[in-house]
Design a protein around this ligand. Structure first.
Ligand code: 5RP
Length: 226
């Protein structure tokens, strides 16, 4: 395992240790979350804790099944105790860019449903200003070129995300455009402007949602709270 994977494992395990018996847990997506799901499965097996999770992607759902994490859904559960998820960028105010794994829409649903949003990252995800990572935006396939044209007016050249030469289709049947804004001065304002464009389903900007961040670095794991 390389150093970055070791850090992802460490933060995933730390977050899993914070989950209490009886909790309903939103489970994010990505390679860091993989370690969270694994560690939750271990706790369920060894300690016999009872939790229920709502996954934010088909991939996470598969991991949950693999590691024995019981799942529920929003038909039976409207509120979550905590959501734990990775991130592509985290700024000093805990504003986030997410969506590298194309799961941002469901991730935002489980983030909003939870009392707490714990973000798990290795130190490489910490930035002074959001934007070096191209902002993922989920858009409807219908007239996607027109939606991308409107996004371009906000100051970037959006790129349609491809998979094996074809447009990547999200778990919700939509497309993703990656938007290299480079420096996002006012993430909340940009989010509002993007949300107003017809055809935009959701943005990868998670504004005022994260309540704590668990950071993995070679010196160890630390947790920052708002
Ligand atoms: C998926 C996400 C992920 O949380 C984000 O891309 C981080 O992934 P990783 O843990 O693999 O670095 O937002 O849509």
């Amino acid at each position: 395992m390389n150093t970055q994977d070791q850090l992802k494992k460490a933060v995933g395990e730390k977050a899993a240790s914070l989950v209490k018996d009886g909790m309903k847990v939103g489970i994010g997506s990505g390679s860091t979350v993989y370690w969270l799901v694994r560690a939750l499965g271990e706790r369920i097996q060894k300690e016999g804790i009872h939790i229920e999770g709502i996954p934010s992607s088909i991939q996470t759902e598969e991991w949950a099944k693999e590691f024995g994490v019981p799942l529920t859904d929003f038909a039976t559960t409207k509120e979550l105790d905590v959501t734990i998820d990775g991130s592509d960028e985290v700024d000093p105010d805990f504003q986030l860019i997410k969506g590298g794994g194309a799961a941002l829409f469901r991730e935002k649903i489980i983030a909003q449903a939870a009392k707490e949003l714990i973000i798990i990252v290795d130190q490489s995800k910490l930035v002074e200003q959001l934007g070096a990572y191209a902002l993922p935006v989920e858009i409807l396939p219908f007239a996607w070129e027109r939606t991308a044209y409107e996004i371009e007016k906000l100051g970037c050249v959006p790129a349609l995300r491809l998979k094996e030469g074809k447009p990547l289709v999200t778990d919700n049947g939509n497309y993703i455009v990656d938007c290299p804004f480079e420096k996002i001065k006012d993430p909340a304002e940009l989010d509002q402007k993007l949300q107003k464009i017809v055809g935009v389903v959701e943005t990868g900007l998670f504004i005022n949602m994260a309540t704590s961040v668990i950071i993995g670095s070679p010196e160890g794991v630390s947790m920052k709270e708002k």
